[in-house]
Design a binder for this molecule. Structure first.
Ligand code: 6R9
Length: 663
């Protein structure tokens, strides 16, 4: 195995160096960046001095209220919060109309890039008309304030328009990933009792049209609350048609009036429901309301992504079916009047440089993506982004999982030109918006750590007994200690489950996030994965994220997933699945030994994996989260459980085939 460059102590950090041994880089904000940044040190002081006053200021300064609120927070029925009580506003007016009213109608809202290279440019003035038409069309289909609408669409502008049209009417939307099955769609429709579904004939994936409508047809046959299905024509594929139920978007939306009054809604009126995936049992419909959610989405997009709407081109690569797409494609950037890119397809269609080609073409200045994508690009090689001009990028963001220092440094060097700050943003569907993150321009960055709660947010790390932990390296549970405007208002139709899931582990004072965490000696917070991703090996608590990070810091490893499998002697044992980087061959036992020793060196012998399996793919959800539950099934030689939320369900067969023969 090659010696790492840092051991010879000469070069700057590169992807082939373990991050822990990387020479120190100056990661403090540059004076030029700090001078123009939206985030400031004063925000921390203001929020510290007056928590509610701080949020009231954000709400009033960032949003346009039809009626001002008379109380900032009502926490008298905790854990059920009411924010900006008595206030009224219309979310669609805030995201679209008011920018046109302010004279910015000609500003581009959306640069749409289809997978096949078709493009559309939509200004705010055009978006206003599109949203008004869609709102009129939905009303003509019987949708009224309070009715639920399911949205099952690919990443096309109609998805954004549909969400805003629902918001305009006050009809909560429930967006379901275009990759989910008919069954998943049916249960989500039933739980929300959606009256209308908005879908498309199909979508383009990897250069080919893939049908969508058949899943809707299957999901609404028989007994169903759905009486109308609104269908966007995207791929021109053949579709089954039910004349009584189905209507084409181009028939009813295109012909509708482009004038629609945006009636103000109560600050606590439900805005959307979004189901969280991955766990067993009935999906949880996380629901968010109007004023608080929009305040936090707009504020965080401004101070964390540092969006300057008059000059930036922003691109969040998430799917609209994920909360990141809700808060950081639709509501945050549009409330701020930003110009953004929306890309329909996969990163390697038609070639592995597609994203960088898009950055170059639109001069993207802010890029927000997930660690899984970054690790994939590392695997594909440094030479691919190097072929494109990425000099427009000035802020990079990460979300969805812990980003290991190795991937962080690669992102900074090969995408950010060792110049752009990286914001590693921790948050959840439940929190509505970013909670823990550096502020670019203020924070000195720490690769691999999400660092501190942003101004207005308070967190602690508790031990098993609920006592705050401050010792560096002591692993505990992340909790949030004060209500925040973007917080979920409950689980749709199940208030008891809301209380139980989030507000019982440490009593009613603390929101239990379900993530393991620790402080380092500088006071930075390190997120260590979901609590059930923390293993107990011979009484030592080890985090899957840390061992994965150690594995990825080895030059030959592109990606790693670690699970704890039951072990007779140690309680749990560490089992690792790794994907090797291009150019590194699997030398069987030799590779495994090398990697085991590497983990022992990086963390300690206790963390040495009992088993390491070299695989070609890892099972992931559509939002890029590794489904460790399935890997645990493999590691413990069990029948593999439910795979319906995987992006690619064939991956598990590949892994199982690889395993038979190896042990
Ligand atoms: C936005 C989103 C939430 C869970 C969360 C945590 C993990 C998200 C992270 C992170 C470490 C980060 N997570 N961001 N872990 N560092 N920057 O992902 O929402 O799909 O609900 O997932 O994702 O485990 O609890 P959601």
């Amino acid at each position: 195995m090659p010696e790492t460059a840092s051991e010879s102590g000469t070069t700057s950090p590169s992807a082939s160096q373990p991050a822990s041994q990387a020479p120190e880089q100056d990661l403090s904000p540059s004076p030029e960046f700090a001078a123009g940044a939206n985030g400031t040190a004063e925000l921390f002081e203001q929020a510290e001095a007056d928590h509610e006053g701080f949020w009231a200021t954000q709400a009033r300064e960032r949003l346009t209220w039809a009626k001002d609120f008379d109380r900032t927070l009502d926490w008298s029925e905790a854990p059920f919060a009411k924010w900006f009580v008595g206030g009224e506003l219309n979310v669609a007016h805030n995201c679209v109309d008011r920018h046109v009213d302010a004279g910015n109608g000609d500003r581009v809202a959306i640069h749409f890039e289809g997978e096949g290279g078709d493009t559309r440019t939509i200004t705010y003035a055009e978006l206003q008309k599109d949203v008004a038409k869609a709102a009129n069309a939905l009303e003509s289909l019987g949708v009224a304030k309070g009715d639920r609408v399911a949205i099952y669409l690919p990443m096309i502008p109609e998805a954004v328009v549909s969400m805003l049209a629902c918001a305009r009417i006050g009809a909560p939307h429930s967006v379901v990933f275009g990759g989910f099955s008919a069954d998943a769609l049916r249960t989500r429709i039933a739980d929300a009792e959606a009256k209308v579904v908005i879908t498309a004939d199909g979508q383009f994936r990897r250069g080919k049209p893939a049908p969508l409508k058949p899943a809707v047809d299957a999901a609404v046959t028989g007994e169903s609350p759905v009486h109308k299905v609104l269908v966007v024509k995207r791929t021109e594929g053949e579709v089954e048609w039910d004349d009584a139920r189905d209507v084409w978007w181009h028939d009813v939306v295109d012909s509708a009036s482009d004038q629609h009054e945006a009636v103000p809604h109560d600050s606590e009126h439900p805005l959307f429901i979004l189901y969280t995936s991955g766990t067993t049992g009935k999906p949880k419909g996380i629901f968010h309301t109007t004023g608080g959610y929009l305040t936090q989405a707009a504020y965080t997009n401004s101070v964390v992504h540092d969006v300057h709407p008059e000059s930036d081109v922003y691109w969040c690569t998430a799917d609209i079916g994920w909360v990141t797409g809700h808060s950081y494609i639709v509501y945050g950037p549009l409330a701020n009047g930003a110009t953004q890119v929306i890309y329909e397809g996969t990163p390697d269609t038609p070639h592995q440089g597609r994203w960088w080609e898009i950055v170059e073409k639109y001069k993207v200045s802010i890029l927000y993506t997930a660690p899984t994508a970054i690790r994939t690009f590392m695997k594909w090689g440094d030479d691919i982004p190097a072929k494109f001009d990425l000099s427009s990028l000035r802020v990079l963001g990460s979300v969805g999982e812990p980003i290991n220092p190795e991937a962080w440094l690669w992102y900074r060097k090969h995408i950010g030109g060792d110049r752009a700050p990286i914001v590693d943003t921790w948050w959840q569907t439940e929190t509505g918006g970013i909670m823990i993150s550096p502020l670019p321009g203020v924070t000195t960055l720490e690769p691999g750590s999400a660092q501190r709660p942003i101004p207005g947010i308070s967190a602690e790390i508790l031990d098993d007994e609920g006592q705050p932990l401050h010792d560096p390296e002591a692993v505990g549970y992340l909790v949030l200690t004060k209500p925040w405007p973007g917080m979920l208002r409950g689980i749709w139709g199940d208030p008891e489950r809301y209380r139980e899931t989030y507000w019982s582990r440490f009593g009613e004072k603390y929101y239990f996030a379900g993530d393991g965490a620790k402080y380092d000696e500088k006071g930075n917070i390190w997120l260590l994965g979901r609590v059930d991703d923390v293993m107990n090996v011979s009484g030592h608590r080890l985090s899957t994220a840390e061992i994965e990070s150690a594995l990825v810091s080895h030059p030959s490893v592109a990606e790693a997933a670690v699970v704890g499998a039951t072990d007779e002697t140690t309680g749990q044992a560490v089992c690792a699945f790794v994907i090797l980087r291009g150019g590194f061959a699997d030398h069987g036992d030799e590779t495994v030994q090398e990697l085991r020793n590497h983990v022992a060196k990086e963390i300690g012998p206790i963390a040495k994996p009992r088993q390491i399996m070299v695989v070609a793919e890892l099972p992931k959800t559509r939002s890029g989260k590794i489904m460790r539950r399935l890997l645990r099934d493999v590691a413990e030689n069990r029948e593999v459980g439910d795979v319906t939320t995987l992006a690619d369900s064939s991956v598990m067969n590949l892994i199982k085939q690889g395993m038979s023969g190896s042990s």
